[in-house]
Write a protein that binds this ligand. Sequence first.
Ligand code: BG6
Length: 487
Amino acid sequence: MSYTVVIFGASGDLTARKLILALFELHRKERLPRPMRIVGFSRTPMSDADWRKKLEESTRTFLKEAFDPALWETFAPLVHYHAGDIENSESFISLEQRLRQLESEGSEDGGNRLYYLSTAPQFYAHAIEQLGNAGMSSESEGNSRRVVIEKPFGTDLESARKLNESIHRVFAEHQIYRIDHYLGKETVNNVLVFRLANTIFEPVWNRNYIEHIQITAGEDGVVGRRAPYYEKAGVLRDMFQNHLLQLLTLTTMEAPSRFEAQAVRDEKVKVLRAIRAMSPNEVERNTVRGQYRTYRNEAGVAPGSLVATFGAVKLMIDNWRWKDVPVYLRSGKGMSCRTTQILIQFRQPPHIMFQGHSPSTHPANRLLIQIQPAEGIQLHFLTKVPDTEMKMRLTEFNFNFSNSFKGELPEAYQRLLLDAILGDASLFARSDEVEAAWDIIDPIQKTWDSDRLGDPDFYEIGSWGPGAAAKWIEQQGHHWFDLCPIV
Ligand code: BG6
């Protein structure tokens, strides 16, 4: 049985920057099933040799001194190229012929295929339809046909539904792998291990012990050359609908009985559906919309653009575990530093027996899950300061991946590509999950886009977002945990 990864949008940035690097690394680790081939598809006319050369150059540039030319020599023969137009059905017929020919060279019983849509999103539905018309989606024993769809999956609930409908006309749900690269990050996967493979955390993981949760994905980079895309997306579509809501589900979902695609995704959908819907007035009260001060000067940004480069959103989960525990999500470009973190703020102890101390004078326990870049977990707790009568200070237990494990953490795409090749969809979003996420984001986006809000709150590049966001959370009796991780 052979395996073929067909990459649509082969000459694009993502292919060279992520997909080929991940496949090359999997090849180095001898994790790719064999026989394996990678077929690039895009409009630019090129031979196999041309594409191999191009990919060798880009891979060498990305890997620098880590590039191993001898290893590349063993990888290059797996790589093939087929020129074609995604809008032209003839191209799909010739691609099918080419794939069959390659498959027949490898083994006699056909083979498994993974179609990777790494094209511009407006071509997703089109490519899927063409795959269907060319008979390239039907499976049989030992001949799986899977399709990976990059983000963004739709731009709102309606477009996501339509896209799901057009995909389902050609592929069954078990064949569809919707990517959110955050789900391929080791530290993101560790959230479930931390919560559910250790006895001591799960009993306190609820409204009785947790006061609120903050999930922050800050980026110091600005929008730059991605402005044309960003103008249509903004922070809610770019970071909240996918990455932040995925972090929220992993932090708050109930324990599935098995780590298996159906069970995991059932629980994620349940918690997403338990998030309280917001009216426009509630959106105004429960969100902050910001824009870094120089955004409107960037090339490709409309004068007077209202697009948010920063967002802070308070969500409430209406279920037994989380009733009345606010979950604050926050993300922005042009912030103080790059940090993605989940902060679990525990409640104050009910009573402090030491004289002169009260809960209000001391911070309560908190747990900080650092997703990146200083991957690790810290538990903050009060300790008696030595040589004082009974002075207390917050100290921490500190776990770092880099101290406990050797080697660099693998890139998210390695795990995701391998899972998709091997047919494990646990780390991919299901159709109802994507729609449930849009259902949460849509009313916020609509209110932000309406006339009622006026200009966003501006903030300086290199700050933690607009002052309004700090004031807003303080009015609710909380503070942002604004600390750049030490890498
Ligand atoms: C992408 C967004 O999905 O995620 C980008 O489109 C963002 O705007 C990126 O920068 C962040 O990913 P990571 O892995 O660098 O945190």
